[in-house]
Design a protein around this ligand. Structure first.
Ligand SMILES: Cc1cc2nc3c(=O)[nH]c(=O)nc-3n(C[C@H](O)[C@H](O)[C@H](O)COP(=O)(O)OP(=O)(O)OC[C@H]3O[C@@H](n4cnc5c(N)ncnc54)[C@H](O)[C@@H]3O)c2cc1C
Length: 423
């Protein structure tokens, strides 16, 4: 056995190809015109490079990603700055209805510009309520009392997570899942509570000391992962179908060409893999067919009209509207907080925009696809690895875990292991 086709050039497909490349001849098929999937470094007209999607990781919870970075010699930088006069990564919440806000940016400039508002009793109470609510939710979950409940239902069992505490909690879940609020509230509570347990260091206060960025942008590790098989990457690939036979696999492209491989690894999304399979097994239909995805719009712009002042948006800014039990929120990342950003940087990367953005301020407008974790898909996660090795086919991707880089990398390491390559 010598030749392996990898379909999908996101972090999962790339990691699988990088590891398997040590032993096999790899051909990587990527549908778009670039590698990286949801890891994307944008170059501004001024030549500056900024990460507009995945770029934030945790030192303790991203164990395999950290090992991979070490092996690739990828330098990283922490998000927290001990200098109180220099801003660190924070979170701001601002109502689009009445302009009121809650701004949590560590640093003196932020405190002064909002006249020490975070220290006012009402706001301190909200934060204490949030911590208490999280603790209660975790212990209810550990006692099995959240089983079968949606997050919306579970919140009713935790009175502390109401009002502003609920707003902060749910907004942060929208951030770490890229899902809309209604999907978050309809998702299984146990999924999110488990995710917060595993990724505890993405949550304040631990996040302050654990969250890090790749110093030279995500582009650096995408390039490093793909360097060893650069000549056998097919960009703009149009794979029509994948035919599995007893001892090999045929990848058929739209132009009718056929290429023969010994094995195939799907690093694309679950539903995309399913549409490519000729004669999927019953299990493939069941386990891959359960997944739905959000095509989340991301706009990179410098229209600051709806935002608070710059000192109050040092990290993520949630511009929200309350509508019944839902909160409709966009998530904006201030790109000037990223390592190496110039002092004049004023770009914001907004996911799920819910406010007007003037056309002339837009530098990038695109869609990034992420899994929806609902009762159907979540119940399949544990079984997904059982598909590996059947009919010369293997699968990896962030949907094998909680939707983050670490999950994608871990699932790719598992595929490599099954094909005889240890990491
Ligand atoms: C805005 C945003 C910010 C995020 N930030 C973070 C973060 O800071 N930290 C974090 O850990 N996670 C973050 N994530 C989550 C991120 O999605 C995952 O971490 C991870 O990048 C997903 O990797 P993947 O390889 O599983 O899938 P993807 O990145 O979706 O890659 C799948 C690839 O398959 C390709 N493909 C699809 N169909 C075909 C086909 N038919 N033929 C060939 N190729 C195909 C696609 O073009 C794509 O390149 C973020 C997501 C978004 C959208």
């Amino acid at each position: 056995m010598k030749k392996i086709a990898v379909i999908g050039g996101g972090i999962a497909g790339l990691t699988a190809a990088y590891l398997l490349g040590q032993r096999y001849e790899i051909t990587l098929f990527e549908r778009s015109e670039r590698l990286g999937g949801n890891a994307y470094t944008l170059t501004t007209p001024g030549g500056e490079e900024v990460d507009i999607a995945a770029a934030v990781f945790g030192r303790h919870s991203y164990k395999n990603l950290c090992r991979l970075f070490k092996r690739l010699h990828i330098d990283t930088v922490g998000s927290f700055d001990w200098n109180p006069f220099s801003p660190s990564l924070g979170a701001s919440f601002r109502s689009l209805d009445d302009g009121s806000g809650f701004f949590l940016s560590p640093g003196i400039a932020s405190l002064i510009s909002q006249r020490f508002a975070p220290l006012r009793p009402r706001n301190v109470r909200t934060l204490l309520q949030l911590l208490k609510g999280l603790k209660r939710a975790r212990s209810l979950s550990a006692a099995g009392k959240m089983e079968g409940l949606s997050l919306g239902e579970a919140l009713k069992e935790v009175p502390e997570l109401s009002g502003d505490a609920k707003l902060i909690f749910v907004s942060c879940l929208c951030l770490i899942s890229s899902m809309h609020c209604e999907d978050v509230l309809d998702a299984p509570a146990a999924f999110f509570l488990e995710k917060l347990k595993i990724y505890h260091d993405l949550v304040p206060p631990e996040a302050l000391f654990s969250v890090f960025f790749p110093r030279n942008r995500t582009k650096e590790y995408i390039d490093a992962l793909s360097a060893g098989f650069a000549d056998s990457i097919v960009l703009n690939a149009r794979v029509r179908k994948v035919i599995r036979r007893e001892n090999d696999v045929i990848v058929v492209t739209e132009d009718g060409k056929q290429a023969l491989f010994d094995r195939v690894v799907f690093g694309c999304n679950a539903d995309q893999a399913l549409t490519l399979l000729e004669k999927p097994t019953i299990e493939e239909k069941r386990l891959l067919g359960a997944w739905k995805y959000t095509d989340g719009r991301i706009v990179v712009h410098n229209d600051h009209a709806s935002f608070p002042k710059r000192e109050l948006m040092q990290g993520y800014t949630f511009l929200y509207r309350k509508s019944g039990r839902y909160i409709e929120t966009s998530v904006s990342g201030s790109l000037w907080v990223l390592p190496g950003a110039s002092k004049s940087m004023d770009l914001v990367s907004t996911q799920h925009p819910n406010f007007p953005i003037r056309q002339e301020t837009i530098l990038f407008d695109g869609k990034f696809r992420t899994p929806i974790f609902d009762f159907g898909s979540c119940s399949m996660i544990g079984e997904l690895p059982s598909l590996n090795g059947v009919r010369n086919t293997y699968y990896c991707g962030s949907h094998f875990g909680f939707g983050l880089h670490e999950d994608a990398v871990t699932s790719a390491i598992e595929v490599a292991k099954q094909l005889g390559v240890e990491f």
